[in-house]
Design a protein around this ligand. Structure first.
Ligand code: NAP
Ligand code: ZN
Length: 362
């Protein structure tokens, strides 16, 4: 059982469904915590025009292993385990061979994707349990608080992966655009990697927090004079903004051969940036999608060693619709995490069945 969106406009509500039968390579997890990513909101409201309803969002999942298939060797009942945005891939193509399963043409996402066993839609972590192929389950460092670790499974890896790819390190000037779920993790990693980390925000009330989280400088992006002072000075900028905006104001801050990587996925395209801004200093504009399983485990282990977790606000599942509205107002400090124990309080537990669609689906 869990919470689902049944159409783009209605609030999410209780939904009863079943997971697939345990396969030899499957791990069954009782979910304790699930982070709330802006992608969940985009998908619940069909802002990327690809949602199949009902959709059970959630891809920042932490829980306890309760059962394993006969071929599973890496997990046992009682282990704390994590699941991120991917639950399967072909494991055969050049992307999978390179440990970049996120770029596999047959990648199966944790929700709103076709399950490779049943062909039915996958359902995500706003639910009490999940069944996942063992190669796509992650080990969670024991020293980290499980609730605050959940957001690492998407917000953490989505920022860590491009920062590693573009080799963010000591001696570099590194910019982060937007202090939300992804952005606050990027600031923490920027500090941990030793780069001079500068946060761009539209919210003046986040300045002190950004410094506490690890930013060396904070720029209010609506202040042209503050922006101008940093012209042509950045090695790399990671842009996490979830809405269309002017990219030129950031491209002009890159030095020669500098790069900006987009990870935010707005519902409408950004205005096209000016060619001049790119060619005169050989700047690059790119993108990046989450991260592969090997790198996700590396990121979790790095966080264990450096004691890095997300700053979270815990909510009950019954407050998810209000949380979405606050996320749209950039009013989250800095990731909502659902305590799935609250699903037990659902009134429909007391005799009312909740909505059922495809009750024996994936
Ligand atoms: P979030 O918590 O809502 O944070 C987004 C931040 O962007 C806000 O806190 C705000 O920061 C800033 N912002 C929002 N609207 C803005 C606007 N109109 N102009 C300028 N800044 C604005 O969202 P999130 O969970 O971090 O996700 C961010 C985006 O990344 C979403 O589009 C999500 O779908 C996408 N995403 C992509 C991947 C991937 O693999 N590429 C993975 C996960 C998520 P300030 O208040 O500081 O300005
Ligand atoms: Zn996400």
């Amino acid at each position: 059982m869990g919470y689902a969106a049944f159409d783009p406009k209605s609030p999410l509500s209780f939904f009863r469904f079943q997971r697939r039968d345990l396969q030899p390579h499957d791990v069954q997890i009782d979910i304790q915590y699930c982070g709330v990513c802006h992608s969940d909101l985009h998908q619940a409201r069909n802002e990327w025009s690809n949602t199949t309803y009902p959709v059970v969002p959630g891809h920042e999942i932490i829980g306890k292993v309760v059962a394993v298939g006969s071929e599973v060797t890496k997990f046992k009942p009682g282990d704390t385990a994590g699941v991120g945005c991917l639950v399967d891939s072909c494991k055969d193509c050049s992307e999978c061979q390179a440990d970049l399963e996120q770029y596999c043409d047959y990648a199966v996402y944790t929700y709103n994707s076709a399950d490779r066993y049943t062909g039915k839609s996958t359902y995500g972590g706003y639910s009490n349990n999940i069944v996942v192929r063992d190669d796509f389950v992650l080990h969670i460092p024991e020293n980290l608080d499980p609730a605050a670790t959940a957001p690492l499974l998407c917000a953490g890896i989505t920022t860590y992966s491009p920062m590693r790819h573009w080799k963010v390190s000591r001696g570099q000037k590194f910019g982060v655009v937007g202090l939300g779920g992804l952005g606050h993790m990027a600031v923490k990693f920027g500090r941990a990697f030793g780069a001079h980390t500068v946060l761009f925000t539209t919210s003046p009330n986040k300045v002190e927090d950004a410094k506490r989280l690890g930013a060396d400088e904070v720029i209010i992006s609506k202040e042209p004079e503050q922006m101008r002072q940093h012209a042509a000075s950045f090695d790399f900028i990671l842009n996490t903004v979830a809405a269309p905006h002017d990219l030129d104001q950031y491209l002009s801050l890159l030095k020669r051969d500098g790069s900006m990587c987009l990870v935010g996925v707005p519902d409408h395209p950004h205005p096209s940036p000016s060619v001049g801004n790119l060619i005169f200093k050989r700047r690059k504009l790119g993108g990046s999608l989450i991260g592969g399983l090997k790198e996700t485990q590396e990121m979790l282990d790095f966080c264990g060693e450096h004691n890095i977790t997300s700053d979270i606000e815990m909510i009950n599942i019954q407050n998810i619709n209000e949380a979405y509205e606050r996320m749209l107002r950039s009013d989250v400090k800095y990731r909502f995490v659902i305590d799935l124990a609250s699903l037990q309080d659902e009134p429909s537990q007391d005799g009312q069945p909740g909505r059922q669609v495809n009750p024996v689906a994936a």
